[in-house]
Design a protein around this ligand. Structure first.
Ligand SMILES: Cc1ncc(COP(=O)(O)O)c(C=O)c1O
Length: 379
C-alpha cells in the first residue's frame, strides 16, 4: 500500500523548533512536570521518591494499559457508562486512528469521511484501496455539517463514518442533536463511527462524546496531546465497547505496539484523574487567546475566519494571489513565522492558525503582528 505524504506532520515537525512565531501548533502550551503537579494538586517530591523503586518491566499486568490509566480514561466520559475493559491505550491519537481504521475497514467496504479533517482519516483508507467518500463542510452551510449529505453518501457497504469533533482545522463542533442524528444514520447502515475527539473539552459546560448515545459501533479516540498539554507522553486511547472489534484492534496492536510506555501511562494517569483541573487550565489559555485572534482578524481586510472555533485552531481565508503552501514556506523563510497551509487540508487559499501554544498572550499578539507585517508583501 502507498500512503500519501502527510502534509501537516511533515511540515510542522521539522519547523517547530525553528519557528520564532509559532502559530503552527494545535496543542495547548505544554506542561512541565512542576506545573502538572501544581495544577493537579499532587506531591511531586513524593512521586519522584517513589520513582526510585519503580519497576522498568514492560506493562505492569495488562498490556492494553495499566488498570490505573484505563480507569482514569473512563472518567472523562461520565455519560457513557464505560468500564476499563472498553479502553485500550495506544501511542498517540495517530496510533489510535491508524489502528482503528486498519482494523475496521476491509476490501469491498466504503467509508464516509467528513472533511476537512486530520489527514489520517481519508488518506489511510485511500492508501488501503478503500472507496473513500468525502462529505465536505461547505461555505454555503457556514461550515456546519450537513447531515443530509452524510446520509446521502452512505449505502449498505458503508462500514465506517469518520470525523473529528471538534473539527480540526476549522474548530466547528457537533453537539447533542447532531451527534444523535449521526448515530441514527450509522445505525441505519449498520456502520461504525470513528469520532476523533482530540479537541473535546473547551466548553465550560459538558461537551458530549459520540459514546454518549449507547451505540456499540461508535468508537472514540483521543490522546493527551491537545487539551491535556502533554503531547510528549505520546499517550492516546481507543474506546471500543464491542468486544469482538476490541479483540481485532488488540491483535493488530500486538504487531506494532505491545504496550505503551510505563512512565507515560503513570504521568498520564495523574492528568486524567484530574482532567477537570487540566481542562480548566487549557481553557484559561485558549479562551482569551481565541479573543485575541478574533480581534486581530477583525482588523485584517484580506482575512476572514471561517467559523467560530471550539478547539485550538482556526482556519483563515485570504484573498491574496498566492497559494497557501508557498505562503507558508515564504513566511518561515523570511520571518520564521510558522502556520499550516490550508493546502495540507485540501482547503486552498486558507491558513490554519493555532492559538493554544501561547502561555503568554503577548507572545501571541507579537506573532500575529509579525504575520500582519509579513502579509503586506502580497498586497
Ligand atoms: C484530529 C487529530 N487527531 C490526531 C492527532 C494526532 O495526535 P497525537 O499527537 O496524539 O498523535 C492530531 C494532531 O494534530 C489531530 O489534530
Amino acid at each position: 500500500m502507498k500512503l500519501a505524504w502527510f502534509g501537516v506532520e511533515e511540515w510542522l515537525n521539522p519547523m517547530d523548533s525553528l519557528a520564532k512565531y509559532n502559530l503552527g501548533s494545535s496543542c495547548v502550551s505544554a506542561f512541565n512536570m512542576r506545573e502538572l503537579f501544581e495544577c493537579t494538586g499532587q506531591d511531586l517530591d513524593k512521586f519522584l521518591e517513589d520513582m526510585r523503586e519503580f519497576s522498568l518491566h514492560y506493562h505492569h499486568g495488562d498490556a492494553t494499559g495499566s488498570p490505573r490509566v484505563k480507569k482514569a480514561v473512563t472518567g472523562i466520559y461520565p455519560k457513557a457508562g464505560l468500564t476499563p475493559e472498553d479502553v485500550m491505550m495506544v501511542i498517540g491519537g495517530t496510533g489510535a486512528n491508524d489502528l482503528t481504521i486498519f482494523s475496521i475497514l476491509e476490501h469491498g467496504d466504503n467509508c464516509v469521511v467528513i472533511k476537512p479533517s486530520y489527514q489520517q482519516h481519508y488518506d489511510i483508507p485511500k492508501g488501503m484501496g478503500i472507496e473513500t467518500r468525502i462529505v465536505q463542510l461547505k461555505a454555503e452551510d457556514n461550515y456546519v455539517l450537513n447531515l443530509d449529505d452524510v446520509e446521502a453518501a452512505c449505502d449498505e457497504n458503508t462500514k465506517l463514518i469518520i470525523l473529528t469533533n471538534p473539527n480540526n482545522p476549522i474548530g466547528i463542533t457537533l453537539y447533542d442533536e447532531e451527534l444523535k442524528r449521526l448515530v441514527d444514520i450509522a445505525k441505519k447502515y449498520d456502520s461504525w463511527i470513528l469520532c476523533d475527539e482530540m479537541y473535546r473539552g473547551l466548553d465550560e459546560n459538558y461537551m458530549p462524546s459520540i459514546l454518549d448515545y449507547g451505540y456499540k459501533k461508535a468508537v472514540s479516540v483521543c490522546s493527551l496531546s491537545k487539551m491535556f498539554s502533554m503531547a510528549g507522553t505520546r499517550i492516546g486511547w481507543i474506546i471500543c465497547r464491542d468486544r469482538e472489534m476490541y479483540e481485532v484492534i488488540k491483535t493488530r496492536r500486538s504487531y506494532n505496539t505491545i504496550c505503551c510506555g510505563i512512565f507515560d501511562e503513570l504521568v498520564g494517569s495523574i492528568a486524567l484523574e484530574n482532567y477537570e483541573k487540566v481542562w480548566a487550565r487549557a481553557r484559561s489559555i485558549l479562551l482569551p487567546n481565541r479573543e485575541i485572534v478574533k480581534e486581530w482578524i477583525s482588523r485584517q481586510p484580506h482575512l476572514k475566519m471561517l467559523a467560530e472555533p471550539m478547539g485550538t485552531t482556526c482556519l483563515i481565508d485570504y484573498d491574496y494571489d498566492v497559494d497557501s503552501e508557498t505562503m507558508a514556506k515564504e513566511a518561515m523563510e523570511a520571518d520564521k513565522i510558522l502556520f499550516v497551509p490550508g493546502d495540507y487540508f485540501d482547503m486552498p487559499k486558507t491558513i490554519r492558525v493555532g492559538y493554544g501554544a501561547f502561555r503568554n498572550p503577548e507572545d501571541l499578539k507579537a506573532s500575529l503582528d509579525a504575520l500582519e507585517k509579513f502579509l503586506k508583501r502580497y498586497e
